[in-house]
Design a protein around this ligand. Sequence first.
Ligand SMILES: *[C@@H]1O[C@H](CO)[C@@H](O)[C@H](O)[C@H]1NC(C)=O
Ligand SMILES: *[C@@H]1O[C@H](CO)[C@@H](O)[C@H](O)[C@H]1NC(C)=O
Ligand SMILES: *[C@@H]1O[C@H](CO)[C@@H](O)[C@H](O)[C@H]1NC(C)=O
Length: 364
Amino acid sequence: MCKYVLQLVLVVGIALAVRASPLNASCSVSSYDDVASAVSSCTSITLGSFTVPAGKALSMSLKSGTTVTVTGTIKFAYSEWKGPLVEISGSKITFKNSGGTFDGQGANYWDGKGDSGVTKPKFFRIKTSGGSTFSNIKLKNCPHQCVSINSASDTTLNGWTIDVSAGDSAGGKNTDGFDLSSSSGITIENSVVKNQDDCVAINQGSNYVFKNLTCSGGHGLSLSVGQSSSSGSANTVSNVTFSDCTVKNSRNGIHIKTHSDAGSGSVTDVTYKNIKLSGITNYGINVQQDYENGGSSGNPKGNIPIKNLKLSSVTGTMSGGSSSMPVYILCGSNGCSSWTWSGVSITGGKKSNSCNYSPSGFSC
Ligand SMILES: *[C@@H]1O[C@H](CO)[C@@H](O)[C@H](O)[C@H]1NC(C)=O
Ligand SMILES: *[C@@H]1O[C@H](CO)[C@@H](O)[C@H](O)[C@H]1NC(C)=O
Ligand SMILES: *[C@@H]1O[C@H](CO)[C@@H](O)[C@H](O)[C@H]1NC(C)=O
């Protein structure tokens, strides 16, 4: 008899223990105050709905192999600071969405002045490595730049939706989709960006892949290289491929600019293939080596040469506005070499093409 009671106690005890582990409250975050303990003790974390206090970041320096699932709406109380509002680091991280949204509440900050005006926080910073993935993440109403991938490696973003379209009529500006620097081995695919600045902006780094992106409202698929006055790796970009992307209702389709007031550097092995453009207001393709003090000086330099720029099947239409030009190439002395373009056909510009360098396979 006693033996059976003991067995029963044991069975009930085990059943309770098994039930208890998925209910571990500290791994299911529904308040900002729970974040730090979840990050330090859990390898499977659920983020529900909560508001991050003003001037604080949702900062998660995760244990290797952690899975984070976003199920709620995460908001951020107003504060005029630089952010980022979210910062994720760690190796082998699986960060996925299941019905959640990060809402930056940009309308509280937008003043039509972007980088100037009130200080606005950057939104979502990624510095992960080791085969990390971020799937189906939704970002809404970025106050300023949306996603900064900086000091990251071997990380894939898949199925993102970044929607800042509310900023079109409400003063959203400099709301870059994905900014990349000091990283390598980054893939961004199957994602949608609706914003008011570059869809992608690469400042630095190598081994980047962008596939099946749909961009609208912004400034296009861009490289902006030469943020540093020093020479060398700070101003280098190499091995980048954009494929199967659509850019619509945007200022530019493809925009590569090197900063003539920077130190030396290089842009090597950049490929755009199967890119479809529509409703482009300024330049279908713009490669300029005269960027200085945040604008075009008209005086290009070859301090950051662009070598082996490959375009294949870049097609589409301009919006027809008075300053629209399909292709503009302005290279500095010895600044451009070994470009091969095929199947580049953009129609409907009001101005004719202007090129001071001729890629092989394309007649300006
Ligand atoms: C539950 O939380 C505690 C700390 O609060 C942690 O030590 C434990 O690993 C967690 N259990 C699970 C299954 O995540
Ligand atoms: C391209 O991305 C969209 C999401 O933006 C997705 O619905 C579609 O299935 C993707 N296409 C392919 C071929 O993966
Ligand atoms: C270019 O980048 C891709 C994607 O990361 C990588 O698979 C490939 O090996 C790289 N190529 C070179 C020459 O480094």
